[in-house]
Write a protein that binds this ligand. Structure first.
Ligand code: ADP
Ligand code: TRP
Length: 321
């Protein structure tokens, strides 16, 4: 049975890009092996420096994940910081991590390119992520496309460690990335991302969701003129939510002309709202039971600790500690 592992950073509210790129594939994997998912609060600390905000975002991410279908009877859900052993493993990996490897990683490069002051945590981010993956002997890592490089770094480090300290020290993980969902478009047509301020958050109130959708940027093509569905983020998003028949209908309406963007946006709103109806109901149910999330995270941490302790012991011994 494969071991499946993934994490998500609680740096704000989860959005539709996170949902299709990472959460839903992860939830599908829970039926195919031993799945472990965590809220990467150590990683979030590279950018979030407000304790209340981090706590709130972590809890909300757990709630959203559970509402979307993560089943604690099948998958282990925990907070990254409930397994502090990963920070020790991160150090142990770092002594074999070439500076050049980290200098090539995109999160750090992007920070520099945008003139942001990068901290050491951001620079060392991929090493901690490698520790997250390797400490649970993970086989498969379901992530969005932008995390592929980090899984490759993880493999590089595992190979180096195995060459240096024993060939069976670490299992080599594989990323799992769904090709047709590789990049979910945001409100402005770019990749949906918190950093671009173009997100549609999960579980928005009805009014707020409508406002967001109606605010999608469109060109000024008149109602009667045919439009290109392929370049439209309305159509790009609609394809994720609507039935094949409804998608075909919208596509034809784009190409034939005679329908305005406002109409397409209303259809998109309805499709998103309906899609999340069952998850919304589950979310309300979870919220009525205040102890539930804590209990799930406590049990998750216990299992994650068990696994992490075994690996860390093996690595410490192999390295001479
Ligand atoms: P953000 O770009 O909003 O900061 P994160 O980097 O925290 O999002 O991404 C968390 C997870 O969600 C990652 O696995 C990432 O690849 C996935 N993801 C985020 N945005 C998208 C998107 N627009 N399309 C597909 N996957 C995405
Ligand atoms: N870096 C990932 C992201 O930004 C989150 C993450 C941390 C992660 N550790 C991980 C994902 C280990 C997969 C496996 O989304």
């Amino acid at each position: 049975m494969p071991r499946i592992l993934s994490g998500i950073k609680p740096t704000g509210r989860l959005h539709i890009g996170n949902y299709f790129g990472m959460m839903r594939p992860a939830i599908d994997w829970q039926n195919k092996g031993e799945a472990l998912y965590f809220l990467a609060d150590y990683h979030a600390l590279t950018t979030v420096h407000d304790a209340a905000q981090l706590r709130e975002a972590t809890r909300r991410a757990a709630l959203d994940f559970l509402a979307c279908g993560l089943d604690p009877a099948k998958a282990v859900l925990f907070k990254q910081s409930d397994v502090p052993q990963v920070t020790e493993l991160s150090w142990l990996l770092s002594v074999l991590t070439p500076m050049g490897l980290l200098e090539r990683c995109h999160a750090y490069k992007d920070a520099l390119a945008h003139g942001k002051a990068a901290n050491h945590g951001l620079f060392a981010y991929p090493v901690l992520m490698a520790a997250d993956i390797l400490i649970y002997d993970s086989d498969i890592v379901p992530v969005g496309k932008d995390q592929k490089q980090h899984v490759e770094v993880t493999r590089d480090l595992a190979i180096k460690m195995n060459e240096t300290f024993g060939k069976d020290l670490f299992r080599l993980p594989e990323p799992s990335i769904l090709p047709d969902l590789a990049t979910i478009p945001g409100l402005d047509g770019q990749k949906m991302s918190k950093s671009y301020n173009n997100t549609i958050e999960l579980f928005l109130e009805e009014k707020a969701l409508k406002k967001k959708i109606m605010g999608i940027i469109t060109d000024s093509t008149p109602v009667e003129t045919p439009k290109d569905p392929e370049t439209s983020s309305i159509f790009g998003l609609y394809k994720l939510f609507a039935s094949p028949d409804d998608v075909a209908k919208m596509e034809a309406d784009f190409r034939n002309g005679g329908t305005g963007y406002g109409d397409f946006k209303k259809r998109l709103f309805a499709a998103i709202w309906d899609h999340f109806a069952p998850a919304r109901a589950r979310r309300e149910e979870i919220e009525r039971d205040p102890g539930y999330i804590d209990e799930v995270l406590r049990k998750g941490a216990a299992r994650a600790n068990e696994l992490a302790n075994v690996t860390l012991k093996r690595v410490r011994t192999a390295m001479g500690l």
